[in-house]
Design a protein around this ligand. Structure first.
Ligand SMILES: NC(=O)c1ccc[n+]([C@@H]2O[C@H](COP(=O)([O-])OP(=O)(O)OC[C@H]3O[C@@H](n4cnc5c(N)ncnc54)[C@H](OP(=O)(O)O)[C@@H]3O)[C@@H](O)[C@H]2O)c1
Length: 265
């Protein structure tokens, strides 16, 4: 028998298995967040489904329970610190220590920068950047207090890496989230908490269905090397990698999932 090398134990098991973990997914009431919740539950995690629309969360919970997964819907407004504290506490009481956070809640808004008013700017920045910070800070405090570490996955965007017109606030919020990912990775590593981001390209969800169906949206397909928009399931691999021990030595990273969109000229 050759001597066992470090990491060999991973080969014997499924490193993407999330049995025994509890996850909190923000923005789980639709689109990518719904898919993230289903994917984590299928991998064995108990999942707290958080957003403002309780009826939609209940639908997702039923989908998870249909394959004997465990789901806990909880109302959350990421822009409200009291709501964040209450939701994280309720999730922990119901499911046990949260070891995975998917910081996914987000809003968009397309307008020329010169026409944006302060309310447009605040809505996007408060949800996508400040909201993500509030939730990550609260969950990280719980992870540190319980001493079990964890993984935080921030859902950024290729618009946080490259600029496009009409989305100044959105792009700034996602660029800020990418840098916040790096800052948190540096500060939280000593607590065994890893922090990474996924930067999706364009996926057809309620967030951008109108734009992607428009002539301008369809024209954009030509600049995507794989010539299609993403499907929520295209994010499964990156999510499971970052949420699980398979990425035990990754922190502060950004994984782009965009059909090659952001590398094209
Ligand atoms: N679709 C894309 O092409 C794309 C590309 C790159 C990145 N993303 C990012 O992916 C994430 C999910 O977007 P999506 O495409 O799945 O859009 P979506 O279907 O519109 O989902 C957005 C989710 O965010 C939640 N949300 C919004 N404001 C919230 C608040 N204040 N508190 C709590 N939850 C809130 C919504 O739930 P409630 O309304 O029920 O609260 C909803 O579940 C966003 O961060 C988005 O920026 C999307």
């Amino acid at each position: 028998m050759p001597p066992e090398r470090p990491g060999d134990s991973l080969l014997a098991e499924n490193p993407f298995d999330l049995s025994g973990h509890a996850a909190l997914v923000t923005g789980a009431s639709s689109g990518l967040g719904r898919r993230f919740a289903l994917t984590l539950a299928r991998a064995g995690a108990k999942v707290a489904l958080a957003a403002r629309r309780g009826d939609r969360l209940a639908d997702v919970a039923r989908e998870i329970e249909a394959f004997d997964g465990r789901a806990f819907p909880v109302i959350l407004n990421v822009t409200d610190p009291v709501s964040v504290r209450d939701a994280v506490a309720a999730a922990e009481t119901e499911l046990g220590a949260i070891t995975i956070l998917v910081n996914n809640a987000g809003v968009a808004g397309a307008k020329p920068m010169l026409e944006q008013d302060e309310a447009d700017w605040d809505r996007v920045i408060d949800t996508n950047l400040k909201g993500a910070w509030l939730v990550a800070q609260e969950v990280a405090r719980h992870m540190i207090r319980l001493g079990h570490g964890g993984s935080i996955v921030n859902i950024a965007s290729i618009l946080g890496l490259r600029a496009a017109s009409q989305v100044a606030a959105y792009g700034a919020s996602k660029a800020g989230l990418i840098h916040l990912t790096r800052s948190m990775a540096v500060e939280l590593a000593r607590h065994d908490i890893r922090v990474n981001a996924i930067a999706p390209g364009y996926f057809d969800t309620e967030l951008n269905h109108e734009f992607l169906s428009s002539t301008a949206g369809q024209a954009m397909l030509k600049s995507i090397p794989q010539r299609r928009f993403g499907r929520p399931e295209d994010l499964d691999g990156a999510l499971l990698l970052l949420a699980s021990d398979a990425s035990a030595y990754m922190t502060g990273g950004v994984i782009t999932v965009d059909g090659g969109h952001s590398v094209g000229l």
